[in-house]
Design a protein around this ligand. Structure first.
Ligand code: ZN
Length: 276
């Protein structure tokens, strides 16, 4: 078994490549899995993409993303629920076991209110997810995104959200190293999530110093200050045995030759990440 067989790559990491190219290149590199992004379905049928994944020998580890539940009125919140239902259907069609949820935030709306609206939004999706055989992974984002992307900014808040929903087995958490590494309560909250059977996904990249762009300057593993092996150790100790998913938004890297970049990614996986 390749040492990379328990690694997966988010297609957005190689954004210049169409999904077909990602699948071929990841499989050829010995990577074991792929997480799709919904833009991969533009002009394509999700079920067909799912067949391509099977044919490539890769495992589909997830689909990003649904959510963005807070809205100023009920009609707006319903739009978000409808869109997340569509994303659940796409996940089922392409064989993704998990749909990643970015919860959302509304500039000018209090964060506690946005969290309540997020609980209601997810609650409206649980039955649909269960029927589709898809699990929903709440991804807490770094607090720099609290203004407009996610009112859920710590793993503790994600655990609280799961508690507020009554801990349905279909709802868990995506722990992304980029968003959570700074948190003094991280180990404790990973343990808590593990006890609840909520550790669905583990996303890796690195935090560059200085970070030059709040969205698109994520680092390749080993290029920044995140203690990836230590956090992966906590994930493993808490019972997580899934894939390590490489997810890097980087304008610098998207401008590179993507074959060379993929070689750098696989080298970084071997050197800086603990396969779980
Ligand atoms: Zn992530």
């Amino acid at each position: 078994m390749s040492s990379l067989s328990r690694f997966s790559i988010h297609t957005i990491t190689n954004r210049p490549w169409p999904v077909e190219r990602c699948l071929k290149a990841y499989a050829a590199a010995g990577i074991g899995g792929v997480t799709l992004w919904r833009y991969n379905f533009e002009g394509r049928n999700p079920a067909e993409v799912g067949r391509w994944i099977k044919d490539s020998g890769l495992v589909c580890t997830g689909l990003a993303r649904g959510g963005f539940f807070p809205a100023p009125d009920a009609a707006g919140r319903q739009v978000a629920v409808d869109e997340t239902w569509r994303a659940i259907d796409e996940a089922a069609a392409c064989g993704a076991p998990v749909l990643v949820l970015v919860c959302g935030a509304l500039p000018g709306q209090d964060l506690p209110e946005s969290r309540l609206q997020t609980v209601d939004g997810i609650a409206a999706c649980v039955d649909h997810a269960r029927a589709a055989g898809v699990r929903l992974a709440v991804e807490p984002l770094h607090p720099i995104y609290a203004g407009d992307r996610s009112a859920v900014v710590t793993l503790g808040q994600a655990n609280d959200l799961c508690d507020a929903l009554g801990s349905p087995p279909e709802v868990g958490i995506a722990v992304d190293a980029y968003h959570t590494w700074w948190d003094a309560a991280l180990e404790t909250e990973i343990t808590r999530a593990g006890r609840g059977g909520r550790l669905f996904s583990w996303h890796v990249c690195d935090w560059r110093v200085p970070t030059e762009d709040l969205l698109n300057d994520r680092g390749l593993m080993g290029e920044g200050c995140i203690p990836l092996r230590r956090i992966a150790g906590w994930m493993g100790a808490a019972g997580f045995s899934g894939f390590s998913e490489v997810e890097i938004f980087s304008s610098r890297r998207w401008a590179m030759d993507q074959d060379e970049y993929l070689a750098a990614i696989t080298a970084a996986c071997r050197r800086h990440c603990l396969p779980l």
